[in-house]
Design a protein around this ligand. Structure first.
Ligand SMILES: [Zn+2]
Length: 296
C-alpha cells in the first residue's frame, strides 16, 4: 500500500507554502529545533509530480523562513534494517524491565504497513492472538511499535494494523496529543521494552479536533475536563484556521505533525534515542472509509 499523504484533499502545509506564510510552532518547546514548522511542504516534494499545479507556486513562493529540513522530513537518524545493536527478541523474555532492542525502526514500520494493507483489503490474519501467544507474552513483552492514537472507537490500533497480543504498545487519548504521562508511558516502552518506532495516529473527522476548532471562537470554556483535551490541540487549529477548505482535516494533520515534533524534541530519552538511530517517530492519518493509514 502506498497512500500519498497529500492525496485528493489539499494538505494544509502545501497550502501554507503557496501563501509564503510560515506557520509558527506554538506548542511548548525547549529546543531550537522546535521552531521548525510542521512543514509538509518538503515532505510533499517527492509527490510534486502528482500535483503539478502545486509545484510552481510552491517554488516561487517558498518562504526563506521555511526550514531546510522540515519537521516531517524523513528522519536522518533512521537506521537501516540491519541494526548492529539489535538484540535477540528473547533477551529480556523473562525480565520485562530489561532494556532490549527489537526490530529496527524500518522493519517495524514495514510491519505496520503490511498489517494495515491486510486490514484495508479485508483480509486480516489476526496474528499473535492464539493461546500460545498469550502464554508467550505473559512472560514478557516486546512490542515492535508504540502507537499514540486518538481514543475514537473507530480507530483501534490492533485492528487497524492487524496486530495481536504483545505487538503494539498503545497510548490513547482523545485528540492524540502527548501530555507528561503519555510521554512517560512512551519512554517506558522505548527504554524498557525495546520498541523502536513511535506512530502518532490521527484520523479523519476527529471529534476532539472538531471540538477544538469549534471552541476556538467560543466565549465560554468547554465544560468539565474537556479543556484539558482541547487546549493541546489549539495550536494546530490556529495554524490552519485561515486555510480554505476542510479546517478540521487540516487541523488533524497539523495536530499530528505538532505531536510528532513534540516527541522528537522531548529530552532526554526520546531525543537521544533519535540521535542514536535507535528510534523513529512518524505521523499517520487514518481514513475512516478505506481503513488506510497514511504513514510518513
Ligand atoms: Zn479522534
Amino acid at each position: 500500500m502506498e497512500v500519498a499523504w497529500n492525496g485528493p484533499k489539499v494538505a494544509p502545509y502545501e497550502a501554507n507554502a503557496e501563501r509564503a506564510r510560515p506557520i509558527p510552532i506554538v506548542y511548548q518547546t525547549t529546543s531550537p529545533k522546535k521552531k521548525a514548522p510542521p512543514a509538509e511542504s518538503e515532505a510533499h516534494a517527492p509527490h510534486a509530480a502528482d500535483h503539478p499545479h502545486d509545484t510552481p507556486a510552491k517554488t516561487a513562493h517558498d518562504s526563506p523562513a521555511a526550514p531546510a529540513v522540515p519537521a516531517a522530513a524523513p528522519d536522518p537518524h533512521a537506521v537501516p534494517a540491519a541494526d548492529p545493536h539489535a538484540a535477540p527478541a528473547t533477551a529480556a523474555a523473562h525480565d520485562p524491565h530489561a532494556a532490549v532492542d527489537g526490530l529496527s525502526p524500518a522493519d517495524s514500520l514495514a510491519k505496520l504497513k503490511t498489517g494495515n494493507d491486510r486490514f484495508v483489503a479485508g483480509k486480516p490474519e489476526h496474528p499473535d492472538q492464539s493461546v500460545a501467544r498469550r502464554s508467550e507474552v505473559a512472560k514478557g513483552q516486546h512490542p515492535y511499535a508504540i502507537i499514540l492514537s486518538c481514543s475514537d472507537s473507530r480507530v483501534p490500533p490492533e485492528l487497524v494494523f492487524d496486530a495481536g497480543l504483545g505487538d503494539l504498545f498503545v497510548v490513547r487519548v482523545a485528540g492524540n496529543t502527548a501530555d507528561e504521562s503519555a510521554i512517560g508511558s512512551i519512554e517506558y516502552a522505548v527504554e524498557h521494552l525495546g520498541a523502536t518506532l513511535i506512530v502518532v495516529l490521527g484520523h479523519e473527522r476527529c471529534g476532539a479536533v472538531k471540538a477544538a476548532v469549534d471552541s476556538a471562537d467560543a466565549t465560554a470554556p468547554a465544560p468539565g475536563h474537556l479543556p484539558a483535551v482541547l487546549e493541546p490541540i489549539a495550536p494546530a487549529v490556529k495554524q490552519v484556521k485561515n486555510f480554505p477548505g476542510d479546517t478540521v482535516d487540516f487541523a488533524v494533520r497539523a495536530n499530528v505533525a505538532n505531536t510528532v515534533e513534540q516527541l522528537k524534541t522531548s529530552d532526554p530519552v526520546l531525543s537521544e534515542r533519535l540521535k542514536s538511530g535507535k528510534l523513529q517517530i512518524v505521523g499517520g492519518r487514518y481514513d475512516l472509509e478505506t481503513g488506510a493509514v497514511e504513514l510518513k
